[in-house]
Design a protein around this ligand. Structure first.
Ligand code: FAD
Ligand code: NAI
Length: 473
């Protein structure tokens, strides 16, 4: 066995880990990053869930399926006829795999460029003491003054229903279905349920989503969630709320799910495949966290403080394996902040300003507080909305669903939340993040010149609406 010493060892090369490793190396720290993900050829595939079976491949398939739906349903509106439209699912999935590979290779290149030493394998704690933690990977034992755990999360299965990735699919299987299923079921109308449901519906599947909660997208601003729900139902997505899922049986033919609806009536759903998207669980198996006494909470997440310090001095944890939203950009921000803290700097993450995006069509994006949160907190606020229907660029695009909504403090006019459902909401939300980071008022946005014609004019108009003075509606 060889032993190698590092200033920082990062376990996991998802967005939390690989970014932490790069930032640590940039700051002059001798850094190692260990990652277990293996591609089909047996080689390393850094990038974690996000790159391999999450953000990137889902967006590749969302894009492809959107092109297909446009060609099938919307090109005609533009006077474009398409004869003999066909679909090659294998090619579409192959393109998605190529996009994933480009990202894997990009991270390996970035490790080389920044002089991060990469180890392919499972990293597990052996023991050690403060300033000399030992982590085993393969036959090697690495010693690190500091260790950053960024081991991510995995799909949560229904009790007694393990994923077989053939008929009972996690996000992994949902991203590599070989042919469009005639009938597709999803359990959980959360982010994955809606994104994956959209992909396969656009490609021709009859999609039914069974959601346990009575409210649709409970964490989203209610007005925005209602608007989105209407759009999804119009598109043909069947969404059943307040359901209780009973027995799930697989057979050669497919999957049979018994469930009761919100009225308590017994129902059966017969589908070819079932995606279970009911949340994710932190990954700590294989880590041997006990060897160093890392404390975990009841969900199995590593307990950390607001600065990502674990219960053990010199061991940090970031991303999906700790508390907070399971988002790639949240993991990245924590990774950068931890590397900077290790280097003696003042890393900072503003947990109130982490944007959310659901990449359906219409897209849903928000930052800050929802109207229901402000009401519950008893905060006096003003609201302003502007519909894309009244935006020239949206009309030209042929995509006028949705709105931009501003929530601002009743007295100071400080922006407290921005909520968007509509075209390119994922890009539009960045302006709101910048504005809120600088504690801008709605009036600040309303006074800034926005290019015409652009979707961002809807943002400006929603800011004007806070003061009841929209110009185009
Ligand atoms: P991960 O990305 O899970 O990476 C952890 C890495 O650690 C993995 O490579 C794993 O193999 C490795 N690992 C685990 N244990 C060990 C060990 N003991 N030794 C060595 N390596 C180990 N978020 C967004 O912000 N935007 C999106 O659009 C988005 N889309 C998503 C779509 C889907 C279908 C899914 C499932 C998730 C999506 N997410 C999205 C969430 C996002 O993927 C996660 O929040 C993000 O990947 C978390 O990053 P991480 O670095 O904490 O962990
Ligand atoms: P989720 O938490 O978004 O949604 C899970 C849904 O399943 C919830 O609505 C929940 O009420 C429901 N549910 C739970 N148990 C149930 C049961 N037994 N029966 C019926 N419904 C049940 O989780 P999801 O969709 O699995 O995604 C996991 C996480 O991955 C997300 O929370 C998000 O952090 C991340 N993600 C982010 C994306 C993005 O940023 N665009 C895209 C996809 C995932």
């Amino acid at each position: 066995m060889t032993t190698t010493s590092f200033d920082v060892i990062v376990i996991g090369a998802g967005p939390g880990g690989y970014i932490a490793a790069i930032r640590a190396a940039q700051l002059g720290l001798k850094t190692a990053c260990i990652d277990a993900w293996t591609n089909a050829a047996g080689g390393p595939a850094p990038g974690g869930t996000c790159t391999n079976v999450g953000c990137i491949p889902s967006k590749a398939l969302l894009q492809s399926s959107e092109h297909y739906e446009h060609a099938a349903k919307h090109f005609a509106d533009h006077g474009i006829g398409v004869k003999g439209l066909s679909l090659d699912v294998a090619k579409m999935v192959g393109r998605k795999d190529d996009v994933v590979k480009q990202n894997n290779d990009g991270i390996l290149y970035l490790f080389k460029k920044n002089k991060v030493t990469f180890f392919h394998g499972t990293g597990s704690f052996v023991g050690g003491t403060a300033n000399a933690w030992q982590v085993k990977v393969g036959e090697q034992v690495l010693t690190g003054k500091q260790v950053v755990v960024a081991t991510g999360s995995s799909a949560r299965a229904l009790p007694g229903l393990p994923f077989d990735e053939d008929k009972i699919l996690s996000n992994d299987g949902a991203l590599r279905i070989g042919a469009v299923p005639k009938k597709l079921g999803l359990i959980g109308a959360g982010v994955i349920g809606l994104e994956m449901g959209s992909v396969w519906r656009r490609l021709g599947a009859e999609v039914t989503v069974l959601e346990g909660l009575p409210a649709f997208l409970g964490a989203v601003d209610e007005q925005i969630a209602r608007e989105a729900q209407k759009a999804f139902v119009r598109q043909g997505l069947k969404i059943e709320l307040g359901v209780k899922v009973g027995e799930v049986k697989t057979s050669k033919k497919g999957v049979s799910v018994t469930w009761t609806n919100a009225k308590g009536e017994a129902q059966t759903l017969e589908v070819d495949k079932l995606i279970v998207s009911i949340g994710r669980v932190p990954n700590t198996t294989g880590l041997n966290a006990e060897a160093v006494g890392l404390k975990l909470d009841e969900r199995g997440a590593i307990i950390v403080d607001a600065d990502c310090r674990s219960s053990v001095p010199g061991i940090w944890a970031v991303g999906d394996v700790v508390r907070g939203p399971m988002l790639a950009h949240k993991a990245e921000e924590e990774g950068v902040a931890v590397a900077e803290r290790i280097a003696g700097q003042h890393g900072h993450v503003d947990f109130n300003l982490i944007p959310w995006v659901i990449y359906t069509s219409p897209e849903i994006a928000w930052v800050g507080q929802t109207e229901q949160q402000l009401k519950a907190a008893g905060r006096a606020y003003k609201a302003g909305t502007f519909p894309f229907m009244a935006n020239g660029r949206a009309r030209a695009l042929g995509d006028t669903t949705g709105m931009v909504k501003f929530l601002a403090d009743a007295k100071t006019d400080e922006i407290l939340g921005v909520h968007i459902v509509g075209p390119m909401a994922s890009e539009l939300i960045a302006e709101a993040c910048v504005a809120m980071a600088f504690r801008a008022s709605a009036e600040d946005i309303a006074r800034i010149c926005h290019a015409h014609p652009s979707l961002s004019e809807a943002t400006k108009e929603a800011a004007l609406a806070v003061d009841k003075r929209t110009l185009n509606f």
